[in-house]
Structure formats: structure tokens, C-alpha cells
Write a protein of this length. Structure first.
Length: 506
């Protein structure tokens, strides 16, 4: 939740480094006939500025719900001749964590919700928010700004996403997102709709350069959603609509065939992990500025850009994903100057977690740095795949006769994967094991120690984690003191924990 708190004023000479120079160059001073003289015009402008500052805070709360906003000073202009000097600034604070923002000459300091600094993609998104707030304000009285983009037609958060992806196609991208929003509220034959579109970044379809756009091609807008047949043509998973740079719907294609023909049959690069059902969608956007937008069967909107899922819309808000950066953070935590076996251990676990999150299956991956020390503190002996035979005999003889011991029930299937490492397990098998209620426990050598394990939560775990978080999150926090952890929620969120802290969330 974005919060504001007043702070002492700072000198006006402390000028931030980023400025919307393009918007400033295009600025035309407001010249409205309001009557009542300068005082009335000043009150009107002051209220407008206050309204757009409120929009600014709402956008920060939308994209960064856990961020903390502190107001440093307030120099909001209230005179028309000050408007030209009111454009925004954005720079990294000297502490390397917070961002200094200036909106309508009011200065703020914005802190990330996680203990880590803002990612580079998050800083760019903050710059986009500052830019669009002023661009929309300028569109009130500048006809040229209104001609470039219809700010009043589309949701402002959709415009932020569209601008972050490609400012030159603001209306085309925002219109496509609106189509998916409307489709997500519709049903066909009492079933939810899934659909998708490939937005070309080139002036022609690279898989069919000689093919001519139909003369009666319709714009890809929300109007098409009123046609029932429209939703039967493309399901978004196997087939998508092709939309040209002008925003016209030209033809449907099979996305896998299109991606292979446009970019070759090689798989996605290792640094661009993606859920298995959407490999083709990500691959289709590797080069030439192509974008792919999909409304999934779970009614989530996914946006693919530069070979990766860039944004996702669910639970009534957009989320900046930046999967490559978060995968790099996970891989760095796993390797941590140590050699893993197999070498792609971090990638194997991360891909499995992505696939499970897409399938809405809960899971908990625990990677131990020192299993000799951590196993006895985290995992019960009955959950260990490689258990001590003497302990097994002692536990079995202690159980009453006439009913199967619970320990034996847990160990019944351990032989299926005993003495196997993650390099020997098929990816689909590893995902199936991780779906079993409990934790999937391995180490840097890829040895599988347990699956479906109920982890021991130490009594000294902060009570706040027990009271506020669920059981899987509490287990993830406890296990993260022994190595990096990935938690997959049944609502599709993927979270990394390390050293008792949440590092990131997808």
C-alpha cells in the first residue's frame, strides 16, 4: 500500500537527473477563457494538479502495492505561467535503494516493498508513470498531445503498460488490452473465453511477406467482442489473431508454426525461461518488436515481449514480471560461488516452478546448502528418502500391531526415486513429485532428499510470519535460512525466499 508522510523541505537546487524533455519541448501554455480573472484560473489549475497527483499515487499503488511513498516537499504550481516548469523528474536516491520522484514540482521519495533495490525494469516503469501523468495532464489543453494518444479512452494503467512496451504503438497496444479485458468478462456457451493476438512490429507478416492485408480488415477493438463467432476462431493457446502496426485484424495463425517459421526451430535461450504452454508465444516476440497478448483460460492477461512474459494482469492489477532478472537472482543465489550438479540445476528447478504456477498447482522447492546440518533440523526421518535402516526398524517395532504405520505409508513410494539425482529425473516427473503436498527437498549436488515432506518450523520463527502468512509461506521462511527456496501458490504466484526474507514475486 502506498503511504505518504510529510518530510522537511529540500533545497530547490537539488535537481533530479531524469526529465521529460520531449514533453517540455512540445508544451504550449494553457490559454483558457474561464472568466473571473487570474485568481479563479489559479484555483481551477490547483484542483487539476491535486487530481492528477491523486492519479499518480493510485498508479504507484496499482503497480507497486507494497511500496512506501514519502512526500519530501510541496511546490505544486498554481499559476498558468508555471505549467511549463512543472514536468516530472525521476532518479535513484543516493542510498541506492529509494527513487526520488518529482511530480508537478512536488518531490517524493519512493521505497521498494522488498529489501532489495528496484530492478532496472521497475525504475523504467516509474519513469513511464511520471511521464504519462504529465502527458495526460497536457492532453487537456494541448490538441497535438490528444492527437497522438486518446488518453481519455483507455484505462490509464493500460496506457502505462503500453508505453512501457512500445511508446510508438500506444493506441494499438492499449486497444488490444481492452479487447482482452472485455473478453474476460464474457462467456460463450456458458464457458469462459480464452483468446489472444500477435501484434506485428514490422510493416508486414514475416512468415507471409507477399500476403496483402484484406481491404475490409477491421480494427482490433473491443467492438469485435460483441461477435460470438469472434471468440471461437482463436483460443489464445494454439491460435492467435495477427494485428498489423496500424491496429487492423488481418488473419489468424497457429502460434507455434508462426514462431518456428519467423525465428527458426531452436528453443528459447536459457536465460529466458517461460511456462511450457507459452514457449511459442514468447519465441514469437524474440525479435523485430513483435508483441503477443493472451487471455488465458484462468482469465489472466499475459503480455509477451522480447522473448519473455513481461506483464500479467490478475486480481484486478497489472504486475511487472521481469522474469529474466528474477531468474538471474535465483541462479546467483543457488550457485553462490559453488558448482552445482547438474550445472543447470537452478534452471531445472525454476522451469518446474514456472510450469506448476501456470497450472495453479502449489509446491515448495527447498535447496539446501549443507544437507548434513540442515536435514535433521528441517525434515522428519520418516520423510527422508535415504533413511537410516536402524532408525526404520526401531520406528516400525514401536508401532501397534494391526494397522499400517504412518511412517511406512510415507516410505511406500520412496523406492521410485531412491538413489536418483535431479539430472536423472525427467522434468515432468520432478513436477509431479513437487505437486505432492509438502516440500520438495534437494541440495547443490542435485540429490533428492524428500518430497511431500512436512517441514519442521522452529519455535523461534517470528510470530508475525505464523499469524499473517499461510502454512506454506511459514515453511518457506523457515527453510530459507538453510538455502534458497521457491514457493508456488495455487493462485499462480511464484515467490523466492532467502535468509528469512522474501526476495521477489512473479
Amino acid at each position: 500500500m502506498v503511504k505518504s508522510s510529510p518530510q522537511p523541505a529540500t533545497p530547490e537546487s537539488a535537481a533530479p537527473s531524469w526529465r521529460d524533455d520531449e514533453a517540455s519541448a512540445r508544451f504550449t501554455p494553457m490559454n483558457l477563457s474561464l472568466g473571473g480573472g487570474t485568481q479563479l484560473r489559479g484555483r481551477v489549475l490547483s484542483r487539476l494538479v491535486g487530481f492528477y497527483q491523486k492519479l499518480f499515487r493510485q498508479l504507484l499503488d496499482h503497480f507497486f502495492p507494497e511500496g512506501l511513498l514519502e512526500q519530501v516537499d510541496d511546490r505544486s504550481f498554481i499559476r498558468f505561467d508555471d505549467v511549463a516548469r512543472g514536468y516530472g523528474f525521476c532518479e535513484l536516491d543516493e542510498d541506492g535503494v529509494a527513487m526520488n520522484l518529482t511530480v508537478f514540482r512536488t518531490s517524493y521519495r519512493f521505497y521498494p516493498g522488498a529489501p532489495a533495490p528496484f530492478l532496472e525494469s521497475e525504475r523504467r516503469l516509474l519513469q513511464t508513470i511520471v511521464h504519462l501523468i504529465h502527458a495526460r495532464f497536457q492532453a487537456i489543453y494541448d490538441p497535438t498531445a490528444q492527437a497522438d494518444s486518446d488518453f481519455s479512452r483507455y484505462a490509464l494503467e493500460d496506457l502505462v503498460v503500453a508505453h512501457a512496451l512500445d511508446p510508438s504503438r500506444l493506441n494499438v497496444i492499449a486497444s488490444a488490452l481492452e479487447v482482452l479485458r472485455v473478453s474476460g468478462l464474457s462467456t460463450y456457451e456458458n464457458r469462459r473465453i480464452s483468446t489472444g493476438a500477435l501484434l506485428l512490429g514490422t510493416d508486414y507478416d514475416p512468415t507471409a511477406p507477399q500476403r496483402i492485408k484484406p481491404a475490409d480488415a477491421q480494427p482490433y477493438t473491443a467492438r469485435l467482442s460483441s461477435l460470438k463467432r469472434f471468440h471461437r476462431i482463436c483460443d489464445g493457446i494454439n491460435t492467435v489473431f495477427v494485428v498489423d502496426r496500424e491496429g487492423d485484424l488481418i488473419w489468424p495463425v497457429e502460434i507455434r508454426r508462426w514462431a518456428d517459421q519467423a525465428h527458426g526451430e531452436d528453443p528459447l535461450p536459457d536465460h529466458l525461461p517461460c511456462p511450457k504452454p507459452y514457449h511459442a508465444h514468447a519465441k514469437a516476440t524474440l525479435h523485430n518488436g513483435h508483441l503477443c497478448v493472451v487471455l488465458t483460460p484462468f482469465q489472466e492477461i499475459k503480455v509477451f515481449h522480447q522473448g519473455s512474459m513481461a506483464f500479467a494482469y490478475s486480481d484486478a492489477r497489472w504486475r511487472l514480471l521481469d522474469i529474466p532478472a528474477k531468474f538471474a537472482a535465483w541462479r546467483e543465489a543457488v550457485e553462490a560461488k559453488q558448482t552445482t550438479d547438474p550445472p543447470d540445476l537452478a534452471a531445472r528447478i525454476f522451469r518446474a516452478a514456472l510450469n506448476l504456477s501456470e497450472g495453479r498447482s502449489g509446491a515448495l522447492f527447498v535447496l539446501l546448502r549443507d544437507p548434513d546440518e540442515s536435514l535433521s533440523r528441517l525434515v522428519d526421518v520418516s520423510d527422508l528418502i535415504q533413511h537410516d535402516e536402524e532408525d526404520e526398524e526401531e520406528n516400525e517395532t514401536a508401532m501397534p500391531i494391526g494397522r499400517p504405520p504412518s511412517q511406512l505409508a510415507k516410505r511406500t513410494l520412496h523406492h521410485l526415486v531412491r538413489d536418483q539425482t535431479l539430472s536423472q529425473l525427467d522434468g515432468a516427473v520432478m513436477e509431479s513429485l513437487a505437486r505432492v503436498d509438502g516440500a520438495f527437498v534437494t541440495d547443490l549436488r542435485g540429490r533428492l532428499h524428500a518430497f511431500g515432506a512436512i517441514l519442521k518450523i522452529p519455535p523461534d520463527l517470528p510470530t508475525g510470519a505464523r499469524a499473517v502468512e499461510g502454512a506454506r509461506t511459514a515453511a518457506a521462511l523457515a527453510a530459507s535460512f538453510h538455502g534458497p527456496v521457491l514457493k508456488v501458490s495455487e493462485d499462480g504466484f511464484l515467490t523466492m525466499f532467502l535468509a528469512g526474507r522474501r526476495i521477489w514475486e512473479i
